[in-house]
Design a protein around this ligand. Structure first.
Ligand code: PLP
Length: 356
């Protein structure tokens, strides 16, 4: 079976975790996590980085630490993983669903149609950066807080500026199918010192000072462990290799599959998953089953948020474009461990299906 995605764990990763376990450390958050935070912050050119247990918590903390709460409205694109909107709901705010454009990211035109919002979450979906820079300027001009949900996009960039540095606060996720992994894990990246302090307070029980059991106010525990960071550091040391592998995979696929079906990437974007456009939901289902018979696993891309039953009463703009295409996109095998033969075999299956 060729899986749609697999983590890429090397002997170096295993050695790094093993060395940590043998070091006698306390298996809690400490020096290695700080080292990872500093390295990722420097990589994306942010002042602060805060590691947290996962990307969902990272978005939640980004919103809450920025002051978003009940009564506030937050724009979210109609095609994203469910965590993006659920973090808004968890923070007590009201999501407003906006349409996407051809890049599959939030449409600036659709965003402009909302009369009032307090924050927006831009998602460089699948590593594509779309109108991110234009949306950043639009939000800046109107004092709208911009959160960048870069769960898919570590290593991608908006021309010169890296994903992880757009707007007020950015986040990454490090689950096994992301660009790098530490099992579960997330990170918040930001520049503002006050928002950073809010975040640390909420993350670490809001202690008056380190190790004190006197608390300045309400706080929780969103710490991770150095055990995870030992893997995270080893994975992050291979970031350039992973980026190049993802780009090569896309380049190999594009040698075989027509751009009529294959959605293109710019060279400054890091393809996370290879996405294929079918003509209809029915054709996508047929292709999925056809490839499955050939031991090729694929995955349907996210259904639109507006199609989820529990979000029917959520505020929205006109969502015609995203609703039209969301059920036509199929993700092909995209692991960094794929061989050229695997890619040729998958491409042959796709081309046979389409009669090319
Ligand atoms: C766009 C996006 N945002 C947020 C998340 C949530 O990240 P996590 O699974 O680490 O909670 C995901 C997870 O896949 C995602 O794809």
């Amino acid at each position: 079976m060729i899986n749609q995605v697999e983590p890429n764990i090397s002997n170096e990763d295993i050695e790094s975790v093993s060395q940590y376990m043998q070091s006698g450390s306390w298996i809690t958050e400490h020096k290695l996590t700080k080292e990872l935070e500093d390295k990722v912050a420097a990589y994306v050119n942010r002042t602060h980085a805060v590691a947290v247990p996962n990307g969902t918590i990272a978005i939640y903390l980004a919103l809450v630490a920025s002051g978003i709460k009940k009564g506030h409205k937050v724009a979210v694109p109609n095609i994203t993983m469910i965590a993006t909107i659920n973090a808004i709901i968890w923070a007590g705010a009201e999501p407003v669903i906006v349409d996407i454009d051809n890049s599959l990211c939030m449409s600036v035109e659709s965003l402009k149609k909302i009369s009032h919002i307090d924050a927006a979450i831009f998602v460089p979906l699948n590593g594509r950066v779309g109108s991110g820079l234009e949306i950043e300027q639009y939000c800046k001009d109107r004092d709208i807080i911009l959160i960048e949900d870069s769960a898919h996009a570590l290593g991608s960039s908006y021309l010169k500026q890296k994903c992880g540095s757009l707007g007020n606060v950015s986040i990454f996720s490090f689950t096994p199918h992301k660009i790098i992994t530490m099992g579960q894990g997330g990170m918040v990246l930001l520049d503002d010192d006050d928002v950073y302090q809010n975040l640390i307070d909420i993350k670490t029980f809001n202690r008056e000072k380190d190790k004190s059991d006197v608390h300045k106010g309400f706080g929780l525990n969103f710490k991770i462990t150095d055990l995870q960071s030992s893997l995270g550091l080893s994975q992050f040391s291979k970031i350039e290799k992973f980026i190049n592998l993802k780009k090569e995979i896309y380049s190999h696929y594009s040698n075989f599959i027509s751009t009529r079906f294959l959605k293109t990437f710019y060279e400054y974007e890091t393809p996370w998953f290879i996405d294929l456009f079918c003509e209809s939901e029915k054709q996508r289902e047929e292709l999925y089953l056809y490839l499955k018979q050939k031991n090729i696993e694929t995955r349907f891309s996210y259904p639109s948020l507006s199609s989820q039953s529990y979000l029917q009463k959520t505020d929205k703009t006109d969502l015609a474009f995203s609703e039209d295409i969301s059920n036509n996109i199929l993700w092909l095998p995209s692991s960094t461990g794929l061989s050229q033969e695997d890619i040729e075999y998958v491409s042959e299956g796709v081309n046979n299906f389409f009669g090319n």
